[in-house]
Design a binder for this molecule. Sequence first.
Ligand code: AMP
Length: 353
Amino acid sequence: MALYPSNLNKLVTEVYSDAVTKGNVIQFDSTSKYLKTSNSKESGLKYQLTYCDIDTQKPTKPERKEVIEKNFNPFLASEPELTVLENVMEDKYKLVLNKFPIVAEHLLLVTKKHEPQASLLNPNDLNAAFQLLKTLQGEVDDNDESDDDEEDDDEKPKSRYALFYNCGPNSGFSIDHKHMQIIKLPRKLKTFQDYAVQENPEPFIPNVKREALEYEAVAFANFTIPLPQSIKDEDYLVMCYVNLLQRALSYFQQWEETDSGKRLQPSYSFIMTSDWMSIIPRSSESAEIEFDGKAYNIATNAVGYLHMLLFKNEQKELFDKILEQKDSTAVEDLLLKCGFPNNFNAAPSENDY
Ligand code: AMP
């Protein structure tokens, strides 16, 4: 049984256009530019830098103040004007629009009951997430749902989506209620996970003999598993996730041993596309970056590890300088400082698994 209606894309577009027209969704204007890495080790990688003067464009909405000041939880409130699907998977989730998106049609898959954003993803979360990606990409291979698919089979270029979950206090979330997020990826975007999977396309569930992929050219620790086109076994994604989680947690263990002064609560960026699942352990949601002798504070959530970096009002100068000088070191510094060093060549610790 399909979890989502086959006309979901159309529904999202309709609800989104209506919400923007009526002012229920505030979409920020932004400028995006691609930057080739200047780090020889990363060679072919590119980053998409986006500048958005959020503070100038943001209306002084009571919603925002409430979120910050009173611990108001917008995901427990009923927001019909933002709701795409009120009931997903026997009322376990709702699918809603992000009220303050930078990317159009940014969706949130939110649990109906409150759960903290530090909770693990459970089998339902993972299966609901994967099916959502597949439905949005028009790749649901459910035979009884294929009736009106024929007209979609023509030459339309397919959009690609990514789902992410900012888990734990250093992952960069702002609302402490379990929510996964889904965005359409820019066409030209190719992430380090894409390269990792391109080199090792064959799907596998990691085990003691074969570990998750670690892309060595980026400076931060990362773990990725290539996924099969179609997943029938409900436990498949869970096995992948648990494996990635173990790798991330063992990283925290190793870090605490070598840097015993620092005690960090486990946090990670979870990202999934229909091609791969990836976890990046996180040490911080923001970092101080130096460029041209000046210090800037920048934050990033999982989206940064999709090579999409956001620069806000106070970082305009940095955004301009990076692009002018075609120097990506600040971006690479940020991703490293908010993650952990990539110990690609380190021997696996005995504490693993
Ligand atoms: P995060 O910051 O990762 O926790 O994601 C939460 C997202 O929810 C942010 O991108 C906010 O823009 C968005 N948001 C804030 N208030 C609301 C609301 N009332 N309804 C829907 N989305 C919201």
